[in-house]
Design a protein around this ligand. Structure first.
Ligand SMILES: O=C(O)c1ccccc1NCC(=O)[C@H](O)[C@H](O)COP(=O)(O)O
Length: 208
């Protein structure tokens, strides 16, 4: 099971979290986010990672040229905005995570073309006026309906030490993603919480 720790802003923390065994490490290339990092910082963070940790750069409605440039640095681009399939299909699908902020079952239809083409999807909490990093727990019942249809799903949205065991007792996703509940303040992770989160997920995976 993939463990993605997102919203990293400091190279030193990136190094520590990479060494703790995170599979993916996310950086936010979206200026309105309190976790925003610019290209220079993303490069510094990339240089801090060990070989086994992939760098994910999160974008929101970014232009095609910028995404192409980001792909020289990022291992994976996470489309967290309103990007449609016609835009997303321009990029190598093994280096793409497409996000759906889920609020109703009717959205499943929009996922179908991505499912057909074996994209990795990330399902996040829907919150009006926010693209991500809400800290609010995702609708588990709706999540279960999607997981019945497709495996390659990273689950996100308000995951933390208070709920990860309960969530994993109900679902076995392709991956999990966490950000704000593992922070001291936006963009600054609580390394002890991150360590515990990764240990819980990895031990759950090996015992089930
Ligand atoms: O984290 C942000 O500030 C953010 C802002 C805008 C778009 C995406 C953002 N985060 C992307 C992620 O993948 C987060 O990990 C995901 O939304 C879950 O966040 P949280 O509920 O805080 O764990």
């Amino acid at each position: 099971m993939i463990v993605k720790i997102c919203g990293i802003t400091q190279p030193q923390q990136a190094k520590e979290i990479s060494q703790l065994g995170a599979n993916y490490l996310g950086t936010i290339f979206y200026p309105k986010s309190p976790r925003y990092v610019d290209l220079d910082k993303i490069i510094e963070i990339k240089q801090s990672l060990n070989e086994s940790t992939k760098l994910v750069v999160v974008v929101v409605n970014q232009d095609e040229k910028t995404v192409e440039e980001l792909l020289y640095i990022a291992d994976i681009i996470q489309f967290h905005g309103d990007e449609d399939y016609s835009f997303v299909k321009n990029f190598p699908k093994d280096r793409v995570i497409k996000v759906f902020r889920i609020k109703e079952e009717s959205q499943i239809k929009q996922m179908e073309e991505y499912m057909k083409d074996d994209y990795c999807l990330l399902l996040d909490t829907y919150k009006e006026g926010m693209y991500g990093g809400t800290g609010e727990t995702i609708d588990i019942q709706l999540l279960k309906k999607v997981l019945k249809l497709y495996d390659k799903i990273i689950v996100s949205g308000g995951l933390g030490l208070d709920n990860i065991k309960e969530v994993l007792s109900q679902i076995k996703p392709y991956g999990v993603d966490a950000s704000s509940k593992l922070e001291i303040k936006p963009g600054i992770k609580d390394i002890s919480k991150v360590k515990q989160f990764i240990e819980i997920v990895k031990s759950y995976e090996s015992n089930n």
